[in-house]
Structures are given as C-alpha cells and as structure tokens.
Design a protein around this ligand. Structure first.
Ligand code: MG
Length: 251
C-alpha cells in the first residue's frame, strides 16, 4: 500500500478521530486499580467509543476478539481481555485502543501502574513514554522516517532496555495499518523523506530485559521472552510544516 498524504479535509477527520480516542483513554485510565479485570477495561473502552459515535477498529481485526488490547506485565501487546484476569497491586497494564470516526482511524496506547509499582518498573514506563517524545523530534517535514527510529533507539538503549523488533509503528488513515512501517530501532538507511499530511502511529514497545518476544498459544498475546515487564506508548501523529501535531494527546 502506498503512503497516503491527507488532504485538509481528511486532516480534520483525523484530528477528530484522535481527539475522541484521547477521551476513551482518559476514561479507561480512571478505572485502573487493583481488583478490576482486564475485561472491565475492555467494556469501558468499548462503551465510550460507541457513546462517542465511533466504532472500535481492533474488534475483529484479523479476528481479534475484543475492542481494546489489554496486556499485563510481561505481555507486550495484543493481550486479550478476560473476566478472570484480575489486576493486582504492583502490576503494569498496557492499553492499546483505536477507533474509526467517519471512516478515519486513530490508534494510541498507554501503560499504567496498578497501585504501587517498584521504582525500576516506573522507570521503564517513564523511559518508554519519553522515547516517543525523543522520536517525534524528527517527525517533521524534511526529516527522514528512520531518524525517528534512531532517536527512539538511542534514547532507550542508553538505559539498557530491550526494544521490540517484531512489531513496529505504521501509517494510519482510512486503514488502521498503512505504509510506511515505523520501526523503533535504528535502520541502515535513512528512509523516506517526511512530508506534511502524513499521519503516523508511532509506538515504542520497550522491554525491561530482552528485546525478544514470543507469542502465547492464543496466537495473539505477545510476551517478553524472559517474562520481565514490558511497556507501550503510542500516539497518532500528523506531519506538518513545523512541529508535529499529536492527534491523540492534548497537553
Ligand atoms: Mg498502532
């Protein structure tokens, strides 16, 4: 699939898709505490998406059976919500969510502490989030795509964490996954030149230990191969003539 450059009209729709997804994340974030199930989070996210007049884009995507990916501790991404999976004090939980607004997709992820977590795990969450902001320093017209990848890699590697390589960020628009792929690790080449109107889902997935991952028997849940904690932070970003516009986060 070719890289799509969004028109002014399409950018307005992408902005709204992003703005609404931030509301979904904010609502899910409010219910995170020990004792709730990962299905409770899915039900909250699914309900808010529909109340906003949107559709969940993850539901049935490639057969995924839920609207929100809820991944606990060593689970990196694509955790399937379950009634019997109860969050406990000291867990971390990654919520990956997306929606469709008038045919346009948004995609964003956050990792939350459940109750009290160790300083070591909090640092993993902080570095993962910051790595996104390090990456988007290069999400500008005139920069090259893999400058984003290199900036994320350099920052994360300075802490000795493992960068997941089997899964990467992506273009987004009228499809959830469009070209180009956006790796979170350094590439040999510099990649395509960025131009205004590109929309990218930039999403570092960072492991406390090894970068290697495995798939559980459900064929969805991706886990760190050493079963140490993992974190995920993602926003949908618009390339402009100036600073990047983060469509799924308004500070
Ligand atoms: Mg994504």
């Amino acid at each position: 699939m070719a890289v799509t450059i969004k028109s002014a009209k399409e950018i307005e729709l992408m902005r709204e898709a992003g703005r609404l997804l931030e509301i979904v994340h904010d609502e899910m974030g409010k219910i995170i505490r020990p004792g709730i199930s990962t299905m409770d989070i899915n039900e909250c996210g699914d309900r808010v998406i529909r109340e906003l007049g949107c559709k969940p884009n993850f539901l049935n995507y490639g057969g995924f059976p839920a609207s929100i990916c809820v991944s606990v501790n060593e689970e990196v991404v694509h955790g399937i919500p379950k009634k019997e999976r109860i969050l406990k004090d000291g867990d971390v939980v990654s919520l990956d969510a997306g929606l469709i607004y008038q045919g346009y997709h948004s995609d964003a992820a956050r990792t939350y502490a459940v109750g009290e977590i160790s300083p070591e795990v909090q640092k993993l969450l902080d570095v993962t989030k910051q790595s996104f902001f390090e990456g988007i320093k290069y999400a500008k017209a005139g920069c090259h795509l893999f400058e984003i990848s290199a900036a994320i890699d350099d920052y994360v590697s300075s802490f000795g964490y493992g960068i997941v390589q089997d899964l990467v960020g992506h273009g987004i628009g009228t499809s959830l996954h469009e070209d180009p792929q956006v790796p979170n690790f350094r590439q040999k080449r510099r990649g395509m030149k960025l131009v205004p109107g590109m929309t990218l889902a930039i999403e570092p997935m960072i492991n406390m230990g090894t970068w290697k991952v495995e798939w559980l028997d459900d064929d969805w849940t991706v886990v760190a191969a050493d079963y140490l904690p993992s974190a995920h932070y993602e926003n949908t970003v618009l390339i402009t003539d100036g600073e990047p516009e983060i469509l799924t986060l308004h500070m």
